[in-house]
Design a protein around this ligand. Sequence first.
Ligand code: 1GP
Length: 235
Amino acid sequence: MRFYKYLKKQKHNQRKMWAVLLDPDKVDFQQFKDLLKRIRQAKPDFILVGGSFISKRNVPKLVKKLKKHCELPVLLFPGGPAQITPDADALLLLSLISGRNADYLIGKHVEAAPLLSRSGLEIIPTGYLLIENGHTTSVEYISNTKPIPRNKTDIALATALAGDMLGLKMLYLEAGSGAKKPVPLKMITTISKHSRLPLIVGGGIKTKAQMLKAWAAGADVVVVGTAFENDTFSF
Ligand code: 1GP
């Protein structure tokens, strides 16, 4: 658990982190040098690769190229078993605990387990909580699950605590890619107060101010995908 140890150490030292999320479908390999330059300038702590809906088989190529040209840790954030590649540093084994779709709680994990056990990847079991953001996101549609209502902090907390008690090692509060509204700060504060697990927050973070607020509320890692893709985030 090398990456996880590092994450815990950073959390212990109150060093806030952020990650760029790259959607493999949207990466233009002709412009890869430019992408690397932008990553170097933005200085994230690590890179996430994946998405809830991917139609091309670009994950292995993208991860290989990132590992060849960039020193940052690369973590898989897979929407399904087809996004697994052994060249990454670690994989977030996401269990969509806010939902009640058995496929995303355990089904896809069973399909992926033989491949994962041969892969040598560091596996980080992660409780994934989808939070309502004002419109339907890909992850909500594809996973066929209902997000937790924004004002139901008590339900989000109970879900996070249940994930902790089940032995998950990390929590990811997700508003969904391109979310209109990010995860409510009150929800981040409440969950971070009651759980010792590293807390990742993502979805709809468009500005540095939103990132700083999420950190101040208790997020250990903030994920930026769409705003990095569109080159609209000034870091
Ligand atoms: C989505 O949390 C990530 O899984 C990032 O969302 O694309 O809105 O930054 P954005």
